[in-house]
Design a binder for this molecule. Structure first.
Ligand code: SF4
Length: 457
């Protein structure tokens, strides 16, 4: 087994890579997308420039994920293909980072020895030093188990000029048995409110109109900080402070945990016009038995009481959720309980996952309770069909109304269609040949489907 090598930053002095090009492949969630923006900032700071075309790039960063189905197989399959890319030029370098690198450590280079640097989730700021070290002494793995500092002096390079992710917290203190996040991202660490506010003010000055606050468990934000002489969640207060920032017109957040939802946060969402009336509230299962086995910290009754509270305080709310179908031990009755929640909550959207064991998670060891694939497939289809029915009804409520849409980009299929989102997060296809990308405009919704809305100006 190879060992990690740690070398003080001050020992490294290499010229910058002015003129080099880098390409980043990102797998997984919004947190990973934003991490890739930070890595782009570090590379730019070293003199490199971004290339959307991998074949023009000298440096490739693969930002990995362990959450999605068959993530491990996909990663090692991808690294296999990348060997050919690297062999085409002796100057090409491959760096693997993100959650899979943090989880697999030296295993990444054991399975893909052509990888130059394996770097964990807690030390991405060291990526240039590690790249330099690998050029001097050969491939290197450096994984540390805890974040040293959530702040970076280097600004991320954001993909959009009008919409931005802002990290408010990293890590998670929960222990959901299906999830690898606590072991690869560590315990919750909140950024100082003043750092967050300053970042958002700067974004506003740069023309950003919409921000999405990111954290694994945003509504427990601030529990680890001493603010106003106490240690308690500070998320609601943070929302009020961010709302005061001029120029920011829409504020979203993801993901909150159902057990940590407070009434005061919902009141803030309803009172503050810039906070989108969209709540993502991941249920995962409707069965008390399965929720307990997942270590989710709530039962069906408590979850539904949160749904009632949300709808009472924000009557026009758009709800979305995550559901895992076929968690170990799930029987027909457990699945019926999930369907009961889905019917009751009337989510606008559900992100559905078929359970598959993630190595390193507790649930991966529940192998004597795994549910048969055909049963999972059939339940998944039942859930999908029901949700399409519900989404169809939910999306129809917008037809004949005027909504504010942030116009994001042209449609890939039709240059006369622009796509974007309304406040509730619903995708809109807007008929327009005007260049209004990046603007928040009033649009008239004239048609709907279970997946998107159609609008004109
Ligand atoms: S709350 Fe649960 S699912 Fe979410 S990141 Fe933490 S452990 Fe994972």
């Amino acid at each position: 087994m190879k060992t990690s090598i740690q070398i003080e930053n001050k020992l490294i002095s290499k010229p910058s890579r002015l003129g080099f090009k880098y390409h980043i492949k990102t797998f997984g969630c919004q947190m990973n997308e934003h991490d890739s923006e930070k890595i782009a900032g570090i590379f730019n700071n070293d003199g490199m420039s971004k290339s959307d075309d991998i074949d023009s790039a000298d440096i490739l960063f693969v930002n990995t994920c362990t959450i999605r189905e068959n993530a491990d197989d996909k990663l090692y399959g991808t690294l296999g293909h990348l060997k050919k890319w690297k062999d085409q030029s002796p100057d090409r370098r491959i760096i693997v980072g993100g959650c899979a690198a943090q989880k697999d450590k030296e295993l990444v280079r054991d399975r893909a020895p052509w990888v130059d640097v394996v770097i964990g989730t807690h030390n991405t700021n060291d990526v240039i030093n590690l790249l330099n070290q690998s050029e001097d002494w050969g491939p290197i793995t450096q994984i540390i188990e805890e974040s040293k500092d959530i702040e970076s002096e280097i600004l991320p390079v954001r993909e959009s000029g009008f919409s931005a992710f802002v990290t408010i917290q990293i890590g998670c203190n929960n222990s959901c048995t299906f999830c690898i996040v606590p072991s690869v991202r560590g315990i919750e660490i909140s950024r100082r409110p003043s750092d967050i506010i300053n970042e958002i003010k700067n974004l506003s000055n740069e023309g950003i109109k919409e921000i999405t606050l990111l954290g694994q468990n945003v509504n427990s934000y601030g529990r680890d900080l001493m603010i106003d002489n106490k240690r308690s969640p500070y998320f609601t207060q943070l929302l009020y402070k961010i709302h005061e920032i001029d120029g920011i017109e829409r504020i979203r957040f993801t993901s909150p945990h159902p057990k940590d939802f407070k009434k005061e946060t919902l009141v803030a969402v309803s009172e503050l016009p810039k906070i989108a009336n969209q709540i993502h509230i991941p249920v995962q299962s409707g069965s008390d038995k399965i929720l307990s086995s997942m270590h989710r910290g709530y039962n069906q009754k408590k979850y539904l009481s949160k749904i009632d509270m949300i709808k009472n305080i924000i009557p026009d709310v758009s709800l979305s959720s995550d559901v895992i179908v076929g968690f170990p031990g799930e029987d027909d009755q457990d699945f019926k309980e999930t369907m009961k929640v889905v019917n009751y909550a009337e989510f606008d959207l559900i992100y559905m996952f078929k359970f598959s064991p993630r190595p390193g998670t507790v649930a991966a060891d529940y192998n004597n309770q795994f549910v048969e694939k055909q049963v999972i497939d059939s339940r998944f289809m039942t859930l999908k069909e029901k949700q399409i029915e519900i989404s169809d009804i939910r999306y129809k409520r917008f037809v004949g109304t005027t909504q504010k849409m942030l116009v994001e980009k042209p449609s890939k299929k039709d240059k006369n269609i622009l796509t974007g989102r309304i406040e509730g997060g619903h995708i809109v296809h807007l008929e327009s040949n005007q260049d209004i990308i990046g603007n928040l405009v009033d649009v008239n919704i004239h048609d709907s489907s279970p997946f998107f809305l159609k609008a004109t100006l």
